[in-house]
Design a protein around this ligand. Structure first.
Ligand SMILES: [Zn+2]
Length: 124
């Protein structure tokens, strides 16, 4: 379980770490104001991902900076420059956040080193 109740957050950044096979999601969460917290983290390690051109599965090294706001409930003002993720039941589920970040990374365009420089158009 990797769950942090929103009310445990403080203006002092709280460190967190979540692991999944060969990837580590780590960073800090800090309470900003009212029902808003900010997460700053890094996703580092490697994932198995298939090339969008040749479909070969290769290991892709990851070192992604992620930064977004977490809101406990609805945010009325939206003058924020960062994405806001609304949490459920007043708890931050780090594994769930990690999974959705990984899904985003996996859905990115990716081509292996053999295919670099080629484009999808040349396949047709
Ligand atoms: Zn390829």
């Amino acid at each position: 379980m990797n769950i942090i109740p929103f009310k445990h957050l403080d203006s002092v950044p709280m460190a967190f770490e979540a692991k999944q096979s060969k990837v580590v999601f780590s960073g800090t969460i800090v309470h900003k104001k009212h029902n808003i917290a900010q997460l700053n983290g890094t996703i580092a390690g490697s994932i198995s991902i298939s090339c969008d051109i040749c479909a070969e599965v290769v290991e892709r090294a990851l070192n992604e900076e992620v930064s977004f706001y977490l809101s406990d409930g609805i945010v009325h003002e939206n003058d924020n420059e960062l994405e806001i993720v609304e949490i459920e039941n007043s708890v931050i589920d780090l594994d769930e956040l990690f999974n959705s970040e990984l899904e985003l990374i996996k859905s990115d365009y990716f081509c292996c080193s053999n295919c670099e420089g080629k484009t999808l158009e040349q396949e047709f």
